[in-house]
Design a protein around this ligand. Structure first.
Ligand SMILES: *[C@@H]1O[C@H](CO)[C@@H](O)[C@H](O)[C@H]1NC(C)=O
Length: 359
C-alpha cells in the first residue's frame, strides 16, 4: 500500500471516529456512567466554598476530619449520602461544579451542583446570604455542563443522559430556613408543601426535557430530629408531621408526572421513615448517640465552630453538626436506597433494581 493510500485511510478513520457517538454503556458494572447531583448542603461538596457572603459553608475543620481529601466543603465528617451512592454505582467521586478543574473529561462521570442553604424555592436561603437555588443549579447544568458533555462525547443529549442518574436532595431548607424559621405567613403545611411540590414538578420536567430519565429523589429529612431543632430532646413530632406532608405529596406528584415523562424512572427515598426508625432504634444500626451533634456547634446550634472540639467515637453519632449527619448515618441511608425492598422506604423499588434494569 502506498504511503498516500495509508494516510488516506488514517484520515478516514480519524473523520469517522470524530463523528462517532461515544455514549457507550458503562463498563464498570455499576449500571450508570455517572451522576448529576442537585440539592442542598446534604450533597454540597464545595460549591459554596468561594461564594462571598454566605453563612452556609463547611470549608474548615473539623468538617472533613474523616474524609480522605480532608476539608472539601462537605457538610460532614466524611462521605455524604451522594458519595456513598456513588460507591454503590462504582463511580469515582463526582466533582463540584464550582471547582475550576471541573471541565473537559473531568465531567464524564457527572457533576455536583448542590449548594448549602439552597431551596426548591428561589427565596429560600436568603437568610444565610447568597446561595445557588435549585433553579439556578439546573440552569448551570443546562447552560454549561450539558453543552460541554455533548462536545466531549460527540452525542446528542438524549443519547447521553439516559446513562446517568439524576440524584436530587432538595426541600430541607425550604422548611428549615424558610417555613419553620420565618413562620408560615398564613400558609397551611398542606398549602406550603403544595407550592414546593408544584415547583419541584416543573424542575423535574425541565430536566426530563433536557434528556434526564433516571431519578433518585431524597425526600426532606425528619427535621424535628435534628439537634438544632430538637435541642437534645429526641424527635419533635410537630416538625416531622409537617415534612411528612411533603413526602406524601411528592409520591402523588411522582405518580402523576410519570405519564408526562415516558421512559423515565423516578425513585423516592422516604428519609423521614428511614431516619426516624433508626433514631428510635439506634442500636440496630450501630449508633448510640442520635440526639446531640458530634462537633461543638456555634450559638445558633447549626454549624461546627471552626477548629472546635469533636467527639471521639464518630461512628456512633447520627449527627455531625446541628443539622448534618455523619458518614455512618449517611452510609445507612444510602444502603437503604440501594437495597431496601420496602416501598415505604424507597418507592417504588430500590436503586439496585434500577441499576440492573439498566445494565
Ligand atoms: C451524646 O453526645 C453528647 C455530646 O457529645 C454528650 O453530651 C451526651 O452525653 C451523649 N449522649 C449519649 C447517650 O451518649
Amino acid at each position: 500500500m502506498s504511503l498516500r493510500n495509508c494516510l488516506y485511510i488514517i484520515f478516514l478513520c480519524f473523520i469517522s471516529f470524530a463523528c462517532l457517538c461515544n455514549a457507550k454503556k458503562p463498563k464498570n458494572g455499576g449500571g450508570f456512567k455517572g451522576m448529576f447531583i442537585f440539592g442542598t448542603s446534604i450533597f454540597d461538596n464545595g460549591n459554596n466554598n468561594n461564594i462571598i457572603g454566605t453563612l452556609a459553608k463547611a470549608n474548615y475543620p473539623p468538617y472533613g476530619v474523616d474524609f480522605a481529601a480532608g476539608v472539601t466543603g462537605r457538610f460532614s465528617n466524611g462521605k455524604n449520602v451522594a458519595d456513598v451512592i456513588g460507591d454503590y454505582l462504582k463511580l469515582p467521586l463526582i466533582p463540584a461544579f464550582a471547582d475550576p478543574q471541573t471541565k473537559g473529561d473531568a465531567i464524564l462521570h457527572g457533576v455536583n451542583f448542590a449548594s448549602g442553604g439552597s431551596g426548591i424555592l428561589d427565596e429560600t436561603g436568603l437568610v444565610v446570604g447568597r446561595v445557588i437555588p435549585l433553579n439556578e443549579q439546573i440552569r448551570n447544568f443546562e447552560g454549561v455542563t450539558l453543552p460541554e458533555l455533548e462536545r466531549q462525547l460527540r452525542c446528542q443529549r438524549t443519547e447521553i443522559l439516559v446513562d446517568y442518574l439524576f440524584l436530587i436532595g432538595a426541600g430541607n431548607n425550604d422548611y428549615l430556613l424558610n417555613y419553620f424559621l420565618l413562620g408560615p405567613m398564613g400558609q397551611s403545611p398542606q398549602a406550603f408543601a403544595q407550592r414546593l411540590i408544584s415547583t419541584y414538578s416543573d424542575q423535574l420536567k425541565k430536566l426530563y426535557n433536557l434528556g434526564a430519565r433516571n431519578f433518585l429523589l431524597l425526600s426532606v429529612y425528619p427535621l424535628g430530629c435534628s439537634p438544632v431543632v430538637s435541642r437534645g430532646q429526641g424527635c419533635l413530632p410537630g416538625p416531622n408531621a409537617v415534612v411528612s406532608i411533603f413526602y406524601d405529596q411528592l409520591i402523588s406528584m411522582v405518580n402523576q408526572i410519570k405519564s408526562q415523562m415516558p421512559g423515565s424512572e423516578i425513585l423516592v427515598l422516604n428519609s423521614v421513615k428511614i431516619m426516624t426508625d433508626i433514631i428510635n432504634n439506634p442500636g440496630l444500626a450501630g449508633l448510640s448517640n442520635v440526639s446531640n451533634p458530634c462537633c461543638e456547634v456555634s450559638s445558633n446550634g447549626l454549624s461546627c465552630i471552626p477548629n472546635g472540639n469533636i467527639c471521639a467515637n464518630r461512628n456512633n453519632y447520627a449527627y455531625f453538626d446541628g443539622q448534618h449527619i455523619t458518614e455512618s448515618f449517611s452510609t445507612i441511608i444510602a444502603t437503604k436506597a440501594y437495597t431496601s425492598s420496602d416501598p415505604s422506604e424507597v418507592y417504588p423499588f430500590n436503586l439496585c433494581e434500577l441499576v440492573h434494569a439498566h445494565l
